[in-house]
Design a binder for this molecule. Structure first.
Ligand SMILES: *Cc1c(COP(=O)(O)O)cnc(C)c1O
Length: 265
């Protein structure tokens, strides 16, 4: 595998050298998404004809977002509130990427909600993990000019690790019901998990993904939802094809498209 450049501040020469790399990597990932989609069972394919690729651009410069956008990518994911706010309000991105769709995929605190719901191009928040946060987002959306509901995913902690965010699987249906009954400005898009980073697929399917599938079945039953109306956001660079094969409708891929990241800025 060729090594890819990963500097935040790159000179013009370096940038020119990188040009084409993001596009090439993106098209490679799209091909793999498409191949995995075609390898699904007819039942899964019927639920979601085309799984969505979210290009995770956290810590990466806007030039890379522009290159991916120009190559046809529309959905982008960011983890950190300030970085999302800055990129979504960037004059050049606003002018040249009018159809960009931002996914907030990082942990969100209630006191930062207002900043996020006000950004232009916000498509969804994938990390709703408490009743308090859902209500805060709902109230913030109510106060914006935006018509229509904001899509949200309930993030579930499928690996039972204290340090991971996400609602406990047993509490997921209750949170979904709260969104349905008390958050008239939110629309539940589905459920999301991060899961173990280092699962070895040679020993079997990723248990986090299997647990998310179980959560979905429970939510459909307890909250009277149709399976096709509950998306599954699961799968990252190292396991997105497996995630699609077992039912993911929304994969979040960063380093395979944009190169490895330095640790959090
Ligand atoms: C960083 C991140 C990703 C992308 O990870 P890669 O391994 O670089 O593809 C996906 N989802 C979330 C929630 C992330 O924080």
């Amino acid at each position: 595998m060729s090594e890819r450049r990963d500097e935040m501040s790159v000179g013009a020469t370096t940038l020119r050298l990188m040009e084409g790399e993001v596009k090439k990597a993106l098209l490679g990932v799209l091909e793999r998404v498409s191949a995995a989609s075609k390898a699904r069972t007819p039942e899964l394919a019927a639920l979601c004809p085309r799984p969505r690729l979210v290009a995770v651009s956290k810590t990466k410069p806007k030039e890379m977002i522009l290159e991916a956008y120009t190559a046809g990518q529309r959905h982008f994911g960011e983890n950190y509130v300030q970085e999302l706010v800055d990129k979504a309000n960037d004059q050049q991105l606003l002018a040249e990427c009018p159809e960009i769709k931002w996914h907030m995929i990082g942990h969100l605190q209630s006191n930062k909600v207002k900043k996020v719901v006000e950004i232009p191009g916000l498509y969804c928040i994938e990390t709703v993990d408490s009743i308090k946060l859902a209500s805060a987002i709902n109230n913030a959306v109510k106060k914006t000019e935006n018509e229509g509901k904001l899509k949200v995913f309930v993030q579930i902690n499928t690996s039972d690790e204290e340090n991971k965010s996400g609602v406990h699987p047993d509490e997921a249906a209750g949170l979904v019901r709260h969104i349905q009954e008390s958050c008239s400005h939110l629309a539940l898009a589905g459920i999301m998990t991060i899961g173990a980073f280092d699962h070895d697929l040679s020993i079997g399917p990723n248990p986090d993904f299997q647990r998310l599938l179980k959560c979905k079945a429970r939510i459909c039953e307890e909250c009277c939802m149709e399976p096709k109306d509950v998306e599954l956001s699961m799968g990252m660079s190292n396991d997105f094809e497996h995630a699609i094969l077992v039912g993911s409708t929304n994969v979040r891929v960063g380093s395979t498209i944009f190169g490895t990241r330095n640790m959090k800025k």
